[in-house]
Design a protein. Structure first.
Lengths: 208, 208, 208, 208
DNA sequence: AATGAATGAGTGTTCATTCAT
DNA sequence: CATGAATGAACACTCATTCAT
């Protein structure tokens, strides 16, 4: 099965939100069906089981994520600009898929579910390759430092974002972000800039 | 209640491991009591409820975490060295309390549980203050940059660590870390160094 | 309704096998429809309900069974030969309708289903009459014993067969019947002979 | 677990009756708990699962059945009397355990449940050995016929009984047995005698 | 004439918790 | 002080059946 009908997509979206909010175990089929205003048997009917619903959800979103960051490395701009574009796109993408990442984050770390994350891993590896090629280009042009552990850049980019988001209420408090809009704006401006600067500081040779 | 007897501590430790592995919802009182080799009614008897067990666990560990990073700022070394010590201590602390942080990370982001995190927030604020005072000292000495959003440094430090740890199996694969020892070593050496460099790159004025 | 179209007969046959194998309750409409490669709604559509499907199945097969044993008593042979023919025909008939009898056996003894077994009872009564007339003929000719409880002969004929068949695997083991063919052969030879001998021993006057 | 407490025995007894009446699949845990006036969770609590309840029930009754028929062959009476005692005891035993046999009969023939029937098979084999030794004794004394397929005697004994019992309402009708007492009396007198005669007719040499 | 979508009722089982002892 | 027995509520899931098309 590759396509989903409207009702299935609706269920997936409701489930995504609830899973992100309360976790997979913390969300019952009853809650999903109540929230989605569907019959309780529909989940099993459409997806077979609760676990398979999760699988299909990941598939559904991963398909969306497959639009790669690859193209960034192919544009005719400086390596630095490529990095900026790459980080920007990356943050935008995970920000747009907050909920899925939230779910995945948890389900991956607790390996209880034997979810097929191959597709997901592939995307991560592909992104890593893209990043690597950009950085090597910059290193060849002597713009970037030589001693960089590239695989640790992703944890810094994503980790910073997620840690901020995971501690939403804490940061809303200490940064005085009163509304949801304020919070989202802060991510798109200050936090993004911070991550950009972090990565660039790490990469750039002094004097540039 | 402030003190715990041996049996209670034993239960807390078992629960901590299980919660970290399978999540709060994914861990049943039955599993805890079986693992801890205690009667199933003991949890309710000692802690009142499963939820309160979690609260007490957080309290138990937070107490432990209260050994502040404060002292770092009071030593007679350069601001840069203070930062190094601070980051080192911070990483060591969260590494030693992986399981609790894993639990908290999840339970905080899903605000289902209305856990009293005041004590925990206090620690974070206190650490932030310490960090702030160190950085300001360095800025006054013109060693550190001026335009630094200090509250975003913690997300970078902790986020990098946690994102790495959350994707343990992925990083074990791509970094070719075969054993648990290799993995733990990598955290203590490469990952720590990476985080150190990241923070220092962000802080240090060019030319220093 | 008396006649069945091809699709209905197909469903009945599939259902018969499954009911015999897994019982009525143990067989779901889903399983039937999957096995018969028909739409799941077809059963209700054609037969009204699962219960009615069973009724129609019994009707379908009972119709088949109506080819009476009556004629046996009308042939021009000795009462003993008539008995032999009667038992032979009876065993052959139930052997050919194993599955139905298996189902009936269970569904009759558990009176949960209020199935209309009138037609079936009629057949049994008719067979009993036939048997009775043969035996009385033999008794009049002084070939058969006088003190025979005729209604208890059927339990011995059918009971012996069914008990053997119900404990198929046990008897395959102790009689060293390795294949299905061996087993079926044993029924047609040894078991049939045993039943024949049993009945004849019961009926025949000593000295004949 | 070998022993059962009063409540467990009560549940087993209620379940036995219901399983015999409506089959295993046709009996829900809810029905059992309602009938036994216990909480619905008790079945799982005491037996682990519905299937295990059945297993324990079989174990419970089989233990009872283990009181072997062996001793019959050791008494100081004629082989014919031994046979009479054997058949009598056998019928009494299955009559006293009607319900269990009813359940087993069905669950064995439909091999859906992979019940451990080893103990049960052992009893059957032991009984067969006993029967064999009695018959051989009679054959040596020239009282019994030589050409007897001993393993087929059990199907005749048990099969006759069970077929009668399975068609209870039919036989109550044609034999004009109005009450339950009449029915049970008939089994203990006429039916038992019939089975006795059947076996003896099969065994005894003419002229004796 | 036939079916895919949908449903409410029911299934066995597990849960955290309570309570008498 | 500690626990085994017991429970009602909730769980994911399957059931036979209905109905619009």
């Amino acid at each position: 099965m590759t396509d989903f009908n409207d009702k299935q997509i609706h269920i997936l979206q409701v489930a995504e939100t609830l899973f992100a909010e309360h976790g997979f175990d913390g969300t019952s089929i009853r809650t999903i069906s109540k929230e989605a205003k569907i019959n309780i048997a529909m989940v099993s009917y459409y997806f077979g089981s609760k676990e398979k619903l999760l699988e299909r959800l990941i598939f559904f979103r991963t398909n969306d994520l497959k639009l790669q960051l690859k193209n960034v490395s192919k544009t005719e701009v400086s390596p630095l600009e490529k990095i900026e574009n790459f980080v920007d796109l990356y943050i935008n993408k995970i920000d747009a898929n907050r909920n899925l990442y939230q779910i995945l984050h948890y389900e991956v770390s607790s390996q209880k579910r034997k979810i097929d994350l191959k597709a997901f891993t592939e995307i991560k590896k592909s992104n890593l390759e893209t990043l690597k090629s950009i950085i090597e280009e910059g290193q060849n042009q002597n713009i970037f430092k030589k001693n960089i552990v590239i695989p640790l850049l992703t944890p810094t980019i994503l980790g910073t974002y997620f840690h901020f988001h995971s501690n939403k209420s804490y940061f809303k408090e200490i940064l005085n972000l009163k509304t949801e809009i304020d919070y989202n704006n802060y991510i798109k401006t200050e936090l993004s800039t911070h991550i950009q600067q972090t990565i660039k500081s790490l990469l750039l040779n002094e004097g540039h």
